[in-house]
Design a protein around this ligand. Structure first.
Ligand SMILES: Cc1cc2nc3c(=O)[nH]c(=O)nc-3n(C[C@H](O)[C@H](O)[C@H](O)COP(=O)(O)O)c2cc1C
Length: 149
């Protein structure tokens, strides 16, 4: 199954994670794409593919810059996502009350349109000592198993 990794970022951490996940997936899978959400149309979402969404949080629990246009286009013309499966990895900082809520905004949108989240909800906390990609690469195998990829 084709895998598309989508990321929304403001300062680059989510992009780094998405590229590292994409590189790891390409070791074992063909047809792995990585896109910035800014360059991805909601209408392109397809149940024929599996999606991994990586998204940070900015402002006060808001979406990061590159996810904003995607969310606007999504809301203007909500796609039908029945049968689509995806995994979610959120970045944030537990210093904030709004910890990791940027990714949750996307997760809500996907769920409301009928998509199904697979595997554990991945998270990276900028207040921890953990490197974002280390946490994401530890999280990935569970998703691959849960999704049967
Ligand atoms: C100005 C600013 C506001 C932030 N607001 C939040 C927030 O409301 N909630 C949260 O969990 N993290 C917040 N963060 C933390 C970021 O989500 C975290 O640093 C993340 O790793 C950034 O990923 P990115 O480089 O992909 O944007 C904020 C960071 C900055 C610099």
């Amino acid at each position: 199954m084709n895998i598309t990794v989508l990321y929304g970022t403001e300062s680059g951490n989510s992009e780094l994670i998405a590229e590292d996940l994409g590189a790891k997936l390409r070791e074992t899978h063909e047809n792995v794409d990585v896109f910035d959400l800014r360059d991805f149309e909601p209408a392109e979402l397809s149940a024929e593919k599996f999606y991994i969404v990586v998204c940070s949080t900015h402002g006060e629990g808001d979406l990061p810059n590159t996810a904003l246009p995607f969310a606007e286009r999504f809301d203007e013309n909500p796609p039908a996502l029945e049968g689509l499966r995806y995994a979610m990895f959120g970045l944030g900082d537990s210093f904030y009350d709004t910890y990791s809520q940027g990714s949750e905004q996307l997760d809500r949108r996907f769920a409301e349109r009928g998509a199904t989240r697979v595997g554990e909800y991945g998270r990276h906390d900028a207040s921890s000592w953990d490197l974002p990609s280390d946490i994401a690469l530890e999280w990935l195998p569970g998703v691959i198993v849960a999704a049967g990829l």
